[in-house]
Each structure stands twice: as structure tokens, then as C-alpha cells.
Write a protein that binds this ligand. Structure first.
Ligand code: SAM
Length: 387
């Protein structure tokens, strides 16, 4: 980074800090954590996803599966194929497309199989990332590039096909709670005299308290006092909104997460909130606000409940490794043109498949509407009974 860049970064960090300080002050000194996360990630022109820094890939803050290997997109495309071949005028809708890499891979692969969707829609909250996606996808051959369209909101007219969301659920702002001897608390952000952000707690407002009680009632083991974790009440309305007009097809959500009973285990007493900055993960959301990603693991039982509530069927739940194996990752590697290319793919596949990398922590959940045929991604493993 040049000196000039460093100064620019410092100035930007200061602007974000001032904005967040203003938000805390406007909330009378207690900004609920979900609102802090919303502002730190998405405040227009300031938030982590809304401003210009490079986020994804080896030179950014974290690396997602499509940034790791084109094998990921090829397997996702393989899962889209039977749906696109079955429904009339099939579409793909990708939510939160990051650098556009997954869209690029999926379109290339589907073109090779002569199975392109009518459109590849992208719904992205970040204006900055939308520009990057547009730039990358404009390098596709014209018959592919012209299928890409950017949406400002979920489609209103009924549509058929596949909805994709890789690492988007974990980026939805979440509430943080604590079980204290005195009762159910909400955690939020306050400031000390120097304007530094500090965790603060208040009695959980009625709706959140009810949600925490509902959650606790479904757990197999009671949780000890001083247990801190998070929950994401935005999941249900978001899933309802983005799938509302899908009349036939599937929705694939890929993310790091767990079924509820494992997520809220007694020994995970500090929650799953993580921050990513320059390829390092830490747990201080106040360290470099606006410059770092904030995420929380996904409670996939909550996703399944949200699906039930809006008339979607939970078709499959598996580890990323099982899903990719079911979609032919091994044959894709075997089809590499030569030994050098094969060795490169093997090394990339390790990152996607190995249990100590992305293979186990990442899960894939498929929801469906008007879709009954089995999906290859869940042929090896279907963990629906764990939800
Ligand atoms: C962790 S990145 C993942 C990017 C990409 N899917 C990948 O796998 O490389 C999260 C993405 O979701 C987007 N995003 C977050 N909330 C969103 C929402 N409510 N609707 C659409 N996109 C959203 C972010 O701007 C970003 O593009």
C-alpha cells in the first residue's frame, strides 16, 4: 500500500467511526448490535460492503468458495442443470454475488452444457460490488453476458428456476444476547468518554426476549448463566421476501453454520460472531469498523423454520463436501486436460472439501417449491433429521 493509500484508508476509517458514533449518540448511548452491524457493513458509501476496499480473494479480507476454485461454480451449475432442463423459461437469481465470480463460473459451465438460464439475475445490496460484478461479467462472451441483469428488489412476477446465495445469510445483521443471572439481556454498542466503542447490555426488549425464550425451549440442554450468543431475526422475513415469487424450483443457501442444537451448545458460550480483516479472523467488532467484515454462523434450523413459514419444502441439508461430491467434483478433476491442471484442481478441491478447511463447517441447504425430484447434491448425505 502506498503512503497516499494509507492516508486514504485512515481518513475513511475516521469517517466510518464518526458515523457510528453519531448512530450510538442518536440511539441514546445504546445501539443494538444488529443496527451497529447494519451500519458498519452497509451504510451507503461508508460500510464495509458499500465502500471501495477490496474484500474478497487472496488480496482481500477473506476468501470464499468461488474465489477458491471454479470447481465450486461448476458443481453449483451441475445442481442447477436438472431444474433448468425441467422448468419452462428457467432463470437463476443470485443474491449477494460478491465479485461476480460464481455467476461467471455458473454461466460458463451451463453454456458448455447448452443449458443457459433465460436470465441470470443478481440482487446485490452493495453498489460498489455491483459495479465489480458488472465489470467481470462484461468479459463473458456476449451470448452469456447479455443474460445478466441487475435487480433492485426480488422479482415481482412469478418465476421458475434456481436461487443461489453463497455466504449471504452470515452477512445479515444479527442480534446478540446474553443470559445473565438477572435475566435475558440484549447486547449493544455504547461509547466511553473518549468515544471508543464498548459492549453494553440492557434488558432484552419484549420481542427479542420472546425470541430467546422460544429458542431456549427447543434446545436439548439448558444453557448456563453468562452464555452469550447471537440470533438473526432477519432470516425469516428475508427468505420470505426473496423467494416470494419463485413458483417452481429450488433455492440453495451455502454458508458456515450448524443445526440449532449444535449451534447453541453449552460449551460455545461466547457465540460465533467473527470479524475478518486481511485474511485474519478475530472477535472484536470495534477494532476497525467499516474496514472489516462482520459475520455470524448460520442457525440452519432457523432457515428451515423460515422455509416452513413461507411454504417452501426443505429438500436437503448436507456438508459442502458431500454436496460437491454429489455434484461430480471428482469427475470434473479427472476431466482436467493434463497433469499440471489436475494437480492444481486437486489442491483447490482440498480447500473446498477437507473437514479442517471448508468441507465440514460449510453446509448447503436446498429449499424447494413445486419441486420433488431428488437433488444430486444430497445423494451422499442428507442431514435433515439433525435440524
Ligand atoms: C460474504 S460476501 C459473499 C459474496 C459471494 N457470494 C461469494 O461467495 O464470494 C456477502 C455478499 O452478500 C451481499 N449482501 C449482504 N446482504 C445482502 C442482502 N440482504 N441482499 C443481497 N445481497 C446482500 C454483500 O454485499 C456481498 O456481496
Amino acid at each position: 500500500m502506498t503512503d497516499r493509500d494509507a492516508v486514504h484508508v485512515q481518513q475513511h476509517a475516521q469517517r466510518v467511526r464518526r458515523h457510528l458514533q453519531g448512530q450510538v449518540a442518536a440511539a441514546d448511548g445504546f445501539l443494538a448490535f444488529d443496527r451497529y452491524m447494519q451500519e458498519a457493513l452497509y451504510a451507503p458509501g461508508l460500510g464495509y460492503y458499500s465502500a471501495g476496499a477490496r474484500k474478497l480473494g487472496a488480496h482481500g479480507d477473506f476468501t470464499t468458495a468461488p474465489e477458491t476454485s471454479a470447481l465450486f461454480g461448476a458443481c453449483i451449475a451441475a445442481q442447477c442443470e436438472p431444474v433448468l432442463r425441467t422448468v419452462a423459461q428457467g432463470q437463476i437469481l443470485e443474491l449477494g454475488a460478491g465479485s461476480g465470480r460464481l455467476a461467471f463460473q455458473v454461466l460458463r459451465h451451463l453454456a458448455d452444457r447448452d443449458c443457459l438460464p433465460q436470465h441470470y439475475w443478481i440482487l446485490e445490496v452493495s453498489a460498489d460490488l455491483r459495479e465489480r460484478q458488472r465489470e467481470l461479467l462484461s468479459t463473458l462472451p456476449a451470448p452469456l453476458a447479455e443474460r445478466v441483469a441487475f435487480l433492485d428488489r426480488p422479482p415481482e412476477a412469478p418465476w421458475r428456476g434456481v436461487l443461489l446465495a453463497n455466504e449471504v445469510l452470515d452477512a445479515l445483521p444479527c442480534e446478540v444476547f446474553a443470559l445473565r443471572p438477572a435475566g435475558l439481556m440484549e447486547r449493544g454498542v455504547g461509547m466511553d468518554a473518549a468515544g471508543e466503542f464498548r459492549w453494553q447490555e440492557r434488558a432484552a426488549p419484549a420481542a427479542l426476549a420472546q425470541e430467546i425464550r422460544r429458542l431456549l425451549a427447543t434446545l436439548p440442554e439448558p444453557l448456563e448463566p453468562d452464555y452469550v450468543s447471537e440470533l438473526c431475526t432477519r432470516v425469516a422475513p428475508w427468505i420470505a421476501a426473496v423467494t416470494a415469487s419463485l413458483v417452481q424450483g429450488i433455492a440453495l443457501f451455502v454458508d458456515y453454520g450448524l443445526p440449532r442444537a449444535q449451534y447453541y451448545q453449552p460449551d460455545r458460550a461466547h457465540g460465533t460472531l467473527r470479524c475478518h480483516y486481511r485474511q485474519r479472523a478475530h472477535d472484536d467488532p470495534f477494532l476497525v469498523p467499516g474496514m472489516q467484515d462482520l459475520t455470524a454462523w448460520v442457525d440452519f434450523t432457523r432457515v428451515a423454520e423460515a422455509a416452513d413459514d413461507c411454504g417452501l419444502e426443505v429438500l436437503g441439508f448436507a456438508t459442502q463436501a458431500a454436496f460437491l461430491l454429489g455434484n461430480g467434483i471428482e469427475s470434473l478433476i479427472a476431466a482436467a486436460p493434463d497433469g499440471v491442471a489436475r494437480a492444481r484442481l486437486v489442491s483447490q478441491a482440498r480447500a473446498l472439501l477437507m473437514p479442517d478447511q471448508m468441507g465440514e463447517a460449510f453446509k448447503v441447504m436446498a429449499l424447494g417449491r413445486g419441486w420433488e425430484a431428488p437433488l444430486a447434491g444430497f445423494a451422499h448425505q442428507n442431514l435433515l433429521n439433525r435440524l
